[in-house]
Design a protein around this ligand. Sequence first.
Ligand code: NCD
Ligand code: ZN
Length: 346
Amino acid sequence: MTSLTIRRPDDWHLHLRDGAMLAGVLPYTSRHFARAIIMPNLVPPVVTTVDARAYRDRILAAMPESHSFEPLMTLYLTEGTSPDDVEEGAKSGLITAVKLYPAGATTNSQSGVRNFENAMPVLERMARIGLPLCVHGEVTTPEVDIFDREAVFIETVLDPLRRRLPELRITMEHVTTKDGVDYIDQSETNLAGSITTHHLIINRNNILVGGIRPHYYCLPVAKREYHRQALRRAATTGNPKFFLGTDSAPHVDPLKECACGCAGCFTSINTLSCLAHVFEEEQALDRLEAFASLNGPAWYGLAPNAEKITLVKRDAPVEFPTRVETGDGPVTVFDPIFKSHWDVEG
Ligand code: NCD
Ligand code: ZN
């Protein structure tokens, strides 16, 4: 196959940041993707519908005029979040989901949830109105090894929450383990999972062997090869419970290349090229559309996009810049290690 036409994709987990960074990175998403779920972990975070509306306006103002792109807004769940505000935001169509960060789990998660009891009134309201909860599925207990944090989260937080509130629709975001894949796969209702581009490509050796590579460091951290293989199977077999959430998370290079570097891989610019390469390797190009363009909207109760995009396989590898310049400074582009020949036409 040398050309593949699919419905325009959506990104179900994206960090756009704000200000000069937003202006610098947004066009890489909006030129190919029709919609994206926008993460609310700004400083300060997007916690109320008023915050979300203002952030949405800033995103739309930063968008190139020739692009059409719909930011799907989320609220950052805190222990003080008002159920009424969440319901109003959902009913007005502004809010697509609420995001749960366990406090301390990742970049800008200090205001996240420490005591789940305090978040129950909001979660109960969300269950009642059918508003999905997007979950960063890692425990933050210092004793738990960082490579086990997802599996322990499933056992000690996610499963008990699902038993207590079975009507709550939950997206387990950026799944990184076979434990996560199996848990989602075996669930009967109200659970789905997003998978990033980079977790289909790198394992923990890529971060740590032959020198430490900060641009492969993200959270949840990439796990061992066996887990990457499970993610590949989940993404490429057409299972409707799994869909693309790139978790493209730009940080300027000085904040990545230092003694205590930030977590995040910047993939929005080459995600579709990388995914086509991965799906071709798995002899699953015919299932890329399900993963990138169909399963996500179905889960979020939205129609798939009507427009199409075409991916073409070029004779020569497609070149992407090593880094892009933003008004805040340079951001290194995710290096997939391979050279993809797949390009988006137009
Ligand atoms: C994200 C960020 O930088 O905001 N980083 C990351 O490694 N994915 C936060 C997150 O989604 O965990
Ligand atoms: Zn993220």
